[in-house]
Design a protein around this ligand. Sequence first.
Ligand SMILES: NC(=O)c1ccc[n+]([C@@H]2O[C@H](COP(=O)([O-])OP(=O)(O)OC[C@H]3O[C@@H](n4cnc5c(N)ncnc54)[C@H](O)[C@@H]3O)[C@@H](O)[C@H]2O)c1
Length: 249
Amino acid sequence: MARAAIVTGAARGIGAATARRLAADGFAVAVLDLSEDDARGTVGEIEAAGGRALAVGADVGDADQVQAAVDRVAAELGPPVVLVNNAGVTRDNLLFKMSDADWDLVMHVHLRGSFLMTRAAQKHMIDAQWGRIVNLSSTSALGNRGQANYATAKAGLQGFTKTLAIELGKFGVTANAIAPGFIVTDMTRATAERIGEEWEPYVAKRAAAIPVARAGQPEDIAHTVSFLVSEGAGFVSGQVVYVAGGPRT
Ligand SMILES: NC(=O)c1ccc[n+]([C@@H]2O[C@H](COP(=O)([O-])OP(=O)(O)OC[C@H]3O[C@@H](n4cnc5c(N)ncnc54)[C@H](O)[C@@H]3O)[C@@H](O)[C@H]2O)c1
């Protein structure tokens, strides 16, 4: 039977591309997002390509919803032994203008969300004595103007990842982080809008600063996830892989 994987925030963007890729790799994929309805689009694409998927609605920062979601995946797809903590939000602002709510929401989704999802899913990985956890960090973890909340959360995820690697390694579970650079998604479209820049020139400007001279696509990240969850990557753990078209962009 196919191993089950959960990808959070998989209704669109990097999460959707990752869910499609893991399904193509042979996993049965739980497409988790805030609303089950939103998750159905990705599920439809996976099924049309001959894969197996399940739409699941949950707020990753809500402990009860997370437990119910993981239980449902285990019952309907099989024990989730792969978890990709990808759900994310930005609430950018310069520090002096950043509200308490914007700080808290970013911590809720990225940090509390990854913690709750991992705590619920690890039981299944330990039972199976095999598991793969991939957390989405960001080049913003190195510091980024207007992102005190997001940069803090993304740096925090790197410490979380390394600790998971240490605690879970002896059970056959690896944990790694991917830190993407500029990837073309709704999240970066919203950034361009917020700073009042037209989308196409904004992408061209960002691409010009990237050593491989192009913007990243969701599939670039999905490919890296595919490697990290593969059988052969079992000796790669506690790492942060910057996938940014260069050392730091
Ligand atoms: N796009 C980039 O350039 C970039 C760069 C570095 C890191 N990242 C990270 O990659 C991940 C995916 O980014 P993206 O660009 O595809 O973003 P996106 O905004 O296109 O998609 C994020 C998804 O997460 C879901 N989500 C938000 N809050 C949630 C919650 N509480 N519970 C469940 N789902 C929730 C959204 O509904 C959405 O479908 C994020 O963690 C992001 O921080 C993105």
